[in-house]
Ligand binder design. Structure first.
Ligand code: JHZ
Ligand code: ZN
Length: 409
């Protein structure tokens, strides 16, 4: 299906839609008890690829204030695996970039300070930028100075006028969150010192497709990246994609792109770009069977849960993640099947899942209420969750993993 929309990166007009998930509620718009009786806004969720620059993107543009200021209770620090990943990244940068008291590290979408606190305790000056009030407050409390703003060219110019230039800019899971993608990248180019380094992490769109990760498509994520689309995007702003690292277990498969003002590509970058050309990651054909595979996952999961429920089993979910909102609303799995959802994030306790209104509570409910089956909705943390909840399985509880394929563990 073609559309009227223009590409967020190159402005091209030949976008091809390959998946429509229907009208979805905002993924982090958890509801209070009282709000459950009020109508919830829903927005169409259609995903397209731009054959001109390879960028995958959604068509709908919900204002970022609605997504990240009014409705955002995501705190990075509730995953031990993610904290380890962040610490390793920070310590690696301190060493490889020889950072010290005269350096400046800026993180865009610094959340609760999960990453920058590592630089701060190594004596490296930091600046966090994040518009989400609750996580930013936690960052300040952790000793991470945080500007509560959206990042773009204007803010970058203001910081430079104050005499600030970044030796390192880190942008983890945020480049997908900005409607004005070019303004965001241009801003990074303005703020970066001439010999500085930008690292950007995001889930890899190749893995999203290969592993059927349809539930990571939601209104907070305007774009879904490959090396090809990132390379084209940053070049437009005088920046170069020089290196790539792959973390297969992080958020369903994450790439970390190293970007700088001088062109010095490693073999890793050349290898990824060649492989993406070979597989046609920038071409519509790569995405054409995705919708049918997503429907297959949906039908299989619904049939499994219905069958178990009809047989008298009690079911629950683990992980009130943004992706859980999409999985539940797209499949129609609600309170008729799941009694409750547990999550370690205390800010979500007592609230209800958007759209389907399943109640959210703490992980101790698994031991107390002993559901027969628990669907791991935060399947990206499957390993960490199963390990942490070993007692649940020892007491006879079973796990169901929906993605990359429906599996009873
Ligand atoms: P998690 C978030 O998406 C939001 P979400 C955001 N839009 C984004 O881009 C991606 O991350 C990258 C909980 N949990 O991280 C914490 C436990 O309870 O997959 C979270 O609520 N126990 C910024 O929301 C949820 O699960 C645990 O042991 O889809 C996971 O959400 C662990 C590890 C997590 O992201
Ligand atoms: Zn494009």
């Amino acid at each position: 299906m073609s559309t009227e929309a223009t590409c967020r990166s190159c402005g091209g007009t030949a976008l091809e839609v390959f998946l429509s998930l229907g009208k979805m509620p905002l993924p982090d718009a958890f509801l209070t008890e009282e709000a459950r009786s009020e109508p919830e806004p829903r927005y169409p969720l259609d995903v397209a690829v731009c054959p001109e620059c390879a960028l995958v993107q959604i068509l709908e543009e919900v204002p970022p204030e609605k997504l990240f200021v009014e409705n955002y209770l995501y705190f990075s620090s509730f995953s031990d695996a993610l904290l380890r990943h962040a610490r390793d990244h920070a310590m690696g940068l301190v060493e490889s970039r020889r950072l010290g008291a005269g350096s400046l590290v800026v993180e865009l979408a610094s959340n609760d300070g999960y990453l920058l606190k590592n630089f701060a305790s190594a004596g490296v000056p930091v600046l966090g930028i994040d518009p989400a009030p609750e996580p930013a407050r936690a960052a300040e409390a952790a000793g991470v100075p945080t500007l509560r703003e959206f990042f773009g060219t204007d803010l970058a110019r203001r910081l430079v006028a104050e005499g600030k230039r970044a030796d390192v800019i880190v942008a983890n899971n945020v480049m997908a969150h900005v409607p004005d993608l070019n303004g965001f990248v241009a801003g990074m180019a303005v703020l970066l010192a001439d010999d500085g380094l930008i690292t950007v992490e995001n889930p890899y769109v190749r893995d999203l497709v290969d592993h059927g990760e349809f539930d990571t498509i939601y209104h907070e994520h305007f774009c879904y990246f490959s090396c090809t689309s990132v390379d084209t995007l940053v070049r437009r702003h005088g920046l170069f994609l020089n290196h790539v690292e792959y973390f297969p277990d992080l958020h369903g498969g994450t790439l970390r792109w190293h970007i700088a003002k001088r062109e010095e590509p490693t073999d890793a970058v050349r290898g990824y770009l060649a492989e993406e050309r070979r597989r046609g990651v920038g071409r519509p054909a790569f995405y054409r069977d995705f919708a049918a595979r997503v429907e297959g996952i949906r039908d299989e999961l619904v049939a499994l849960l219905r069958g178990l429920k009809d047989g008298g089993a009690r079911l629950a979910g683990y992980g009130a993640a943004a992706k859980a909102t999409i999985l539940l609303n797209y499949t129609g799995i609600g309170s008729d099947l799941l009694d409750f959802i547990v999550d370690r994030n205390v800010h979500k306790h007592g609230l209800y899942m958007p759209g389907v209104h399943v109640p959210i509570t703490g992980p101790e409910a698994l031991a107390e209420r002993r559901p027969d089956y628990t669907v791991i909705l935060a399947w990206n943390f499957r390993r960490e969750i199963v390990h942490q909840q070993a007692a649940y399985a020892e007491q006879g509880g079973r796990w169901i993993v929906p993605i990359p394929s429906v599996e009873v563990v």
